[in-house]
Design a protein around this ligand. Structure first.
Ligand SMILES: Cc1cc2nc3c(=O)[nH]c(=O)nc-3n(C[C@H](O)[C@H](O)[C@H](O)COP(=O)(O)OP(=O)(O)OC[C@H]3O[C@@H](n4cnc5c(N)ncnc54)[C@H](O)[C@@H]3O)c2cc1C
Length: 387
């Protein structure tokens, strides 16, 4: 006999759990079907184990999507203050780290425990180890698992993106969207380290571990944060941010000397040579980076026009990465269920009434800094209030 509910939520991550809480609070009989042996595995590893659960400065501009207006309604109806009210109600200690990013003081498990407790209070049932074999729709949605069948008039897909397959990420949500005739914006890794081309790797891999403050940009979108050299390429917040905008074959630009006149000390110096340049660049770059970068980017001479060219180069160092570190290392998936297919107020499919998509499976990707969770909470709440 199938078990009957008002709402079935597939995926017990950030978006699915918030949706279940909101729907349960409205008296809906909700079941969350999670294929893993516990809920919120990604929440547990997020923010270095302390979960950067929101950003108090969250704005629609902090998200990438083919439709930049899509996030507005959901973000306005469920704000960082709404999620913070939950955190404060449960007396979870937290702090602002930087740039409005809120982290747990203790552990990300405070957040999963809170979500689990709120699900219980809202009488939303969580079913773990649910291996779904088939989803169909007649008058209702039917979800078949190995040993049970569940039916409901509303089905919410909250299965996340493709990043970190070893944490349980699957293409299930995209496959289901296709099954019901919805379009997908091709998924690609976002917030991911970039791999340098073989010649650049040879030049710069010796700098692995060195980091510096830069303005990095791709597709005319700049981010001023730290950049870190790795054995294979570049990482650090500035690079993770631009990686979401970067397209295969395109260059990224790096300003190594934000707000500085890098060559000023040289123009005044009596000696103009490589050593003087290294001394000047060490005022704003770590020593090894200053030496290595100048070694590979030395001007042809030390005349005023050459120094001007060097200055320009230091502010717009252009590199063409050969790729990214892929979904194994990506924090998020860019792309997903096409927002044109969904109502921005409820996340319901325009074509298939009763079918909802929320969280990372949708073509909405936040910048680094708590925005991806805020999207998960906000889109989850939108659907939870509509189902
Ligand atoms: C290492 C790392 C650190 C991060 N840190 C932060 C951070 O600090 N702040 C921030 O804002 N964002 C962070 N993110 C991004 C954030 O974790 C995601 O954007 C967010 O979890 C998306 O929520 P979601 O509910 O849509 O998907 P998920 O949280 O991925 O949840 C999807 C759920 O669906 C389940 N599922 C998948 N397929 C099936 C299936 N076929 N059947 C049943 N269940 C299924 C999964 O097991 C999972 O529980 C981080 C991501 C990573 C990888």
């Amino acid at each position: 006999m199938p078990q009957k509910f008002d709402v079935l939520v597939i995926g017990g991550g950030a978006a699915g759990l918030l949706c279940a809480i909101e729907a349960g609070k409205r008296g809906r009989r909700v079941a969350v079907l999670e294929h893993a042996d516990r809920i919120g595995k990604k929440i547990l590893i997020s923010g270095g184990g302390r979960c950067n659960f929101t950003n108090i400065h969250c704005q629609p501009q902090d998200f990438l999507s083919a439709n930049p207006h899509f996030t507005k309604s959901a973000l306005a109806r469920y704000t960082p203050a709404d999620f913070l009210a939950l955190v404060q109600k449960l007396r979870i200690p937290y702090h602002e780290k930087t740039l409005g990013q809120l982290f747990c003081d203790n552990s990300a498990s405070d957040i999963t425990n809170m979500l689990e407790a709120e699900c219980r209070a809202a009488k939303a049932k969580i079913i773990l180890n649910a291996k779904i074999t088939e989803v169909s729709r007649d008058t209702q949605f039917a979800v078949r698992c190995d040993s049970a069948e569940y039916r409901a008039p509303a089905l919410v897909v909250a299965t996340g993106g493709l990043s970190i397959p070893k944490m349980g990420a699957t293409s299930f949500g995209y496959d289901l969207a296709r099954q019901f005739g919805l379009k997908i914006v091709p998924p690609r890794p976002g917030l991911v380290p970039l791999v340098l081309s073989p010649p650049d790797r040879k030049r710069y891999s010796g700098l692995a571990g060195v980091s510096t403050d830069v303005i990095a940009q791709a597709a005319h979108t700049p981010f001023r944060e730290k950049m870190l050299f790795t054995h294979r390429g570049l990482s650090g917040p500035a690079i993770l941010q631009v990686s979401s905008y970067w397209r295969e074959g395109e260059p990224i630009q790096i300003d190594l000397a934000p707000d500085r006149d890098a060559t000023a000390p040289m123009r005044q110096a009596s000696a103009r040579n490589q050593a003087a340049a290294e001394t000047a660049f060490q005022q704003f770059l770590p020593k090894r980076l200053a030496e290595t970068w100048l070694h590979h980017n030395a001007p042809s001479s030390w005349t005023n026009p050459s120094l001007a060219a060097l200055e320009k180069h230091a502010h717009a160092w252009s590199l063409t990465p050969s790729g990214t570190e892929g979904f194994d290392k990506a924090e998020v998936t860019v792309g997903g269920v096409d927002t044109n297919e969904l109502s921005s107020k409820t996340m319901e499919s325009r074509k298939v009434p009763g079918l909802f998509f929320i969280g990372e499976v949708v073509d909405v990707t936040g910048h680094l800094g708590g925005f991806n969770f805020q999207w998960a909470w906000a889109s989850g709440a939108s659907a939870g209030r509509a189902v």
